[in-house]
Design a protein around this ligand. Structure first.
Ligand SMILES: [Mn+2]
Length: 679
């Protein structure tokens, strides 16, 4: 049954007036509501007015769990049952596989399987032996810059005569251009190695080869129907077992093939591989997890003056550098260079051996980043205004195309991703730049953005990218039609349930579970990112004690107490406005991440809150009933109780403490209990 979602308080005011069977009709939602309100209409006719409004269904979800498997896994790995249940829910139920996952073990896939690796290696070796000048052609984002650095460093290691080229976002745009290749040929370059680009440069490569310029393409973007006529080292098409490498990951594999995976230059390069893998938002599983994990350790003790200087200016403690620090502090600074047309500064920062030069470049990036931030804030504000002033039926559409002539081309991509997060929809921003209109879009997890652009391609000039992110060019008069076509495609392909934030809970826990040991243990699942999100726990039916705001009212702080037991201090970033609600409501379910909090020389567990939900009506009552049934002993159990206790494996392990909400049957009883009450 699809449950539609109401959105406005107007709808909430409607009256429940009948207990006749109802028909669920339309509905929608936007972000920032912890209540999922179900709109029901009574009767069956399509013309019936909406007469009924209800109710609060579960605003968080949790996957099914085989408690017995979790218990076995906990014993096999020597971890808590909570950690084991998180692993089982995430598909790591088998002890050996789970151990490999926790160790972020490198699967060591054979680089030779990656596209035309052997031919490419042959070409490169021959070029070096013949003294041919090689140019590494990259891209202006973190991945493209790190990939270029790796290419340059590996080729230098082999003694090649090597130079590099990063396209300017403004003069050449993304990818390999004819003019650039022609100029490189004139400059005496004999071989171009593309990194993080080139897979769609069919004509450009053909023309270069006519000029006598050899090309080897390495890339991870989606190929078109025709491939460039040259050796291609790419994740697709390829027999490689893990096609989710970023562009830098692909060059890392090329380096492994050229020099050997254990070569010091290849091992040293892992700091840049981690940086790019995290920044490019590829899934942090399989080989990416291994590379990111090992690379973060290399980054912590990197000998590159540029990365040291960058961490200093970004206030990142190298000893504590994690995926969050890379994603939120380091990557934006590197990206700012490319966004504002100076990617060369970031590449020189990464490549330099000189500490003074590194500091100068880091300072320059700092300034570019501040500029970028200011531009981004303005566009974000304007774009939100555009959405909020759209007529309601338009706001309800599941994909947005927004445009303005004076948005900065370099920043629309990052703003699109902020908007996609905010509205839980794919968003494309289009702006005028130089002599053309260009767009950049970001998607939500369930929607293939590149596929959507393909479906709307009659309105577009060039376009490219992948599922999560893409760019395009378009002529001005086609923009409104494109916006309609895109929204229609999104309406048809996105489930309404995907257009609001549902918090996925990994495990339900009690106050007494929230120890430093558990925080530490869960940290073994890091690095967190796409495909491996940080662990979300839920404490049900808790009191928020002594709520206060910090940071000029921005953040919310309180203590969590459950059944009279203190569960520790909680911080809810950016949720300061919730304080009145928190003071008013009774019991709350707190969804949070359990972290170590270092303060004043002490360490304590801290709940970093994601969302605070009102505890479902009837929860405490139902819970009390089950506690009583349990105490009454097996002969007193109802069939329902038997089912719940069996799902929790309490019938064979009575000493264990498990949360009733972990039982699917219990959750079903709870939502059944809530519905008639609301109706
Ligand atoms: Mn990339």
């Amino acid at each position: 049954m699809r449950i539609p979602i109401a959105r406005t308080s107007k709808t909430l005011a409607a009256k429940v007036s009948s207990r006749r069977p109802f028909l669920i009709r339309t509905g929608w939602t936007t972000a920032a509501s912890d209540r999922v309100t179900v709109v029901l209409s009574v009767g069956g006719g399509a013309s019936d007015r909406l007469r009924t409004v209800i109710c609060v269904t579960s605003p968080w979800t949790i996957g099914p769990l085989d408690v017995r498997r979790a218990r076995k896994l906990a014993l096999a790995l020597g971890v808590s049952e909570i950690t084991a249940s998180v692993l089982v829910r995430r598909g790591h139920a088998e002890p050996d596989a789970a151990r490999r996952f926790l160790d972020a073990e490198n699967p060591r896939h054979d680089p030779a399987l990656l596209g035309d690796m052997e031919i490419a290696v042959g070409r490169i070796r021959k070029a070096i032996a013949d003294g041919v000048r090689i140019c590494v052609h990259g891209d202006y984002d973190v991945d493209g810059i790190c990939a270029t650095a790796l290419g340059v460093l590996f080729l230098r290691e082999l003694g090649a005569d090597v130079l590099w080229h990063l396209p300017s976002r403004f003069e050449e745009g993304y990818g390999v251009s004819r003019d650039t290749l022609a100029r490189l040929a004139d400059d005496g370059v004999g071989l171009v190695l593309t990194v993080d680009c080139g897979i769609t440069a069919v004509e450009e490569v053909a023309e270069a080869r006519q000029r006598g310029l050899d090309v080897v393409v390495t890339d991870h973007h989606r190929p078109g129907e025709v491939l460039p006529d040259c050796p291609i080292v790419a994740t697709r098409p390829s027999a490689y077992p893990f096609p989710e490498l970023c562009g830098t990951g692909v060059v890392y594999k090329l380096g492994s093939a050229l020099l050997g995976a254990d070569h010091p230059a290849v091992e040293r390069s892992l700091d840049l591989v981690a940086l790019a893998t995290i920044a490019d938002v590829v899934p942090l599983v399989d080989e990416n997890r291994a590379l990111a994990s090992a690379g973060l350790r290399v980054l912590a003790s990197t000998s590159r003056p540029g990365l040291q200087a960058l961490m200093r200016s970004a206030h990142v403690d190298p000893a504590a550098v994690d995926a969050g620090a890379v994603g939120f502090r380091l990557a934006p600074r590197i990206n700012a260079a490319g966004r504002l047309g100076r990617p060369d500064i970031a590449l020189e920062l990464v490549l330099t051996d000189d500490a003074d030069e590194a500091r100068r470049h880091a300072d320059a990036l700092e300034e570019l980043n501040r500029d970028r931030q200011a531009v981004e804030d303005r566009i974000l504000r304007e774009a939100i205004e555009v959405v909020e002033s759209m007529p309601e039926p338009r706001q309800r559409r599941r994909g947005y195309v927004l445009w303005s002539a004076d948005w900065h081309e370099g920043v629309i991509g990052i703003v699109a991703s902020r908007l996609a997060e905010r509205f839980h929809r794919p968003v494309v921003l289009v702006t005028h730049s130089q002599d053309a209109w260009k767009g950049s879009g970001r998607s939500i997890a369930s929607f293939d953005l590149h596929g959507a652009l393909s479906a709307c391609s009659e309105h577009l000039g060039r376009f490219g990218g992948h599922k999560a992110a893409a760019g395009l060019s378009i002529s001005e008069e086609r923009i409104p039609d494109f916006a309609d076509a895109f929204a229609a495609y999104a309406d048809a392909h996105i489930d309404p349930d995907d257009t609001f934030e549902v918090v996925h809970v990994d495990a339900v826990v009690s106050a007494r579970d929230l120890t430093l040991d558990l925080a530490e243990e869960l940290q073994r699942l890091a690095p967190f990112g796409l495909g491996n999100p940080d662990v979300t726990l839920l404490v049900p039916a808790a009191e928020a004690v002594t709520p206060s705001t910090v940071g000029e009212g921005k953040h919310l702080r309180f203590r969590v107490r459950q059944h009279g037991r203190d569960a520790g201090s909680a911080i809810a970033f950016g949720q300061g406005r919730e304080i009145d609600r928190l003071r008013a409501v009774g019991l709350v379910d707190v969804a949070f991440r359990l972290k170590e909090n270092h303060w004043n020389g002490t360490v304590a567990p801290q709940l970093v809150v994601r969302r605070i939900f009102d505890t479902a009506e009837g929860y405490e009552e139902l819970r009390a009933r089950f506690v009583e049934l349990w105490r009454g002993g097996e002969p007193a159990w109802t069939p329902e109780a038997r089912r719940v206790f069996s799902e929790l494996a309490l019938d064979e392990d009575g000493a264990a403490r498990r949360q009733l909400l972990e039982s699917e049957s219990f959750r079903a009883l709870l939502s059944d209990a809530a519905l008639p009450r609301a109706a």
